[in-house]
Design a binder for this molecule. Structure first.
Ligand SMILES: C[S@@+](CC[C@H](N)C(=O)[O-])C[C@H]1O[C@@H](n2cnc3c(N)ncnc32)[C@H](O)[C@@H]1O
Length: 305
C-alpha cells in the first residue's frame, strides 16, 4: 500500500512561506512540538504553507485560520465543505482548457476572469449560493492559469492579472484537494481583520503571523492583496496586537521582510518589536517588480518565547 501524499497548498499565493518553512519550523515553540499547546491560530493564512506543516506534524486540537481576503476564505471553505462538487467544476474547466490551443485557452481564461469579476458585486460571501463552489473553482482556475500565479485585485477589487500562457497547468489536483478537505475538517476558517483573531487566542495558543510585506523598496508595492493596502498604520496596529497577545501568554511568531536589506540603517521592525527576540534568516524573494532585485534577502522572524 502506498502512503497517502501529505496535503499541500492548493493556491500559489504572493508571500507564500513554502521556502521559509524550514527556518520557521525550526523556531516553533517546544510546547507545540511536545503537544502541550493545543490551539493554532493563523490570522494571515494566505495559501497556508505553515498551516499545512503544523496541522500534519502536530495535529493541534483546535485550528483557526483567518484572512481579510473574502475570495480566498470562500475558496478555503469550499475545499473544506464541498470538495467533490468543486473537483467536478474544476475538471470541466480543465477539459475545456486542454481541448484548446493557446488562443482558445486565452479566450477561456478571459471568459472566466470576466465572469468572476461580473459576479463580485452583490455576491453574498457569508451565505454563498452553491456553497461558493462555482466562485472557488474560478479562483483556483485563475490562480493556476494567470501570469505568475498571483491573485491580485485592483483598487476596485477586480481581478486583473493577465493570462499566463501555461500549456498544461494543474487546474484540478483532485487527490490533493481531497487530502486538504480532510485536513480542514473541524478547522474554523474566518474572514476578517487580524484583530478579530483575538477571540481565539489564549495562553494555550500558538499564533503564526505573516502579514503582507512592508514594501522592500519604494517602488515595490506587493502589499495590496486585499483592496485595502497594509501600510505603516496597519504594521503599528499589528505590533500593538502582538504586544497585547503576548500579555495573554500566547506563543507568537511573526515574519516580515527585513527593511535592512535595502537600508542597513532602517530599524523599523527593531523598534516596533523592541523587547522581543528578532532574528534574521535568509530567504529568496521571487516576487519583485524589478527582476534585478530577485535573489537573496533576509526575512525577519519575531518570537516572544
Ligand atoms: C504574506 S500573505 C500570507 C502568506 C501565507 N503565509 C502563505 O504561506 O501563503 C498575507 C495575507 O494577509 C492578508 N491580509 C491583508 N490584510 C489583512 C488584515 N488586515 N487582516 C488579516 N489578513 C490580512 C492577505 O489577504 C494575504 O493573504
Amino acid at each position: 500500500m502506498t502512503e497517502a501524499q501529505a496535503a499541500k497548498p492548493f493556491l500559489k499565493w504572493a508571500g507564500g512561506k513554502g521556502q521559509l518553512l524550514e527556518a520557521i519550523s525550526a523556531r516553533f515553540p517546544g510546547e507545540l512540538v511536545d503537544g502541550t499547546l493545543r490551539r493554532y491560530v493563523e490570522p494571515f493564512v494566505g495559501g497556508g504553507a505553515v498551516f499545512f506543516h503544523v496541522a500534519q506534524a502536530f495535529h493541534p486540537d483546535e485550528i483557526v485560520l483567518m484572512d481579510a481576503n473574502e475570495e480566498l476564505v470562500l475558496t478555503w471553505r469550499a475545499v473544506r465543505d464541498a470538495v467533490e462538487p468543486l473537483i467536478k467544476q474544476l475538471r470541466t474547466l480543465l477539459y475545456r482548457y486542454m481541448a484548446e490551443c493557446q488562443p482558445g485557452q486565452q479566450r477561456l481564461f478571459l471568459d472566466v476572469r470576466e465572469a468572476f469579476n461580473a459576479g463580485r458585486p452583490n455576491y453574498d460571501f457569508q451565505n454563498p449560493p452553491d456553497g461558493g463552489v462555482e466562485r472557488a473553482a474560478q479562483v483556483i482556475f485563475l490562480n493556476r492559469t494567470c501570469f505568475n500565479g498571483l491573485f491580485r485585485v485592483n483598487s476596485r477589487a477586480l481581478f486583473n492579472v493577465p493570462f499566463g500562457k501555461y500549456k498544461s497547468p494543474r487546474i484540478c489536483d483532485a487527490e490533493n484537494l481531497r487530502q486538504v478537505s480532510g485536513l480542514l475538517r473541524g478547522v474554523r476558517v474566518e474572514c476578517g481583520d487580524f484583530e478579530q483573531a483575538a477571540a481565539y487566542i489564549d495562553r494555550e495558543t500558538f499564533v503564526y503571523l505573516d502579514p503582507p510585506y512592508r514594501p522592500i523598496s519604494r517602488t515595490a508595492s506587493f502589499n495590496s492583496y486585499a483592496a485595502g493596502a497594509f501600510g505603516d498604520d496597519a504594521q503599528r496596529r499589528l505590533a500593538a496586537f502582538y504586544r497585547s497577545m503576548d500579555g495573554r501568554g500566547a506563543k507568537l511568531l511573526l515574519s516580515n521582510s527585513d527593511p535592512k536589506n535595502e537600508d542597513p540603517d532602517d530599524h523599523y521592525f527593531d523598534l516596533l518589536y523592541e523587547g522581543f527576540r528578532i532574528e534574521r534568516v535568509p530567504a529568496i524573494r521571487s516576487i519583485n517588480v524589478n527582476p534585478g532585485k530577485r535573489g537573496a534577502v533576509n526575512e525577519i522572524l519575531v518570537g516572544n518565547y
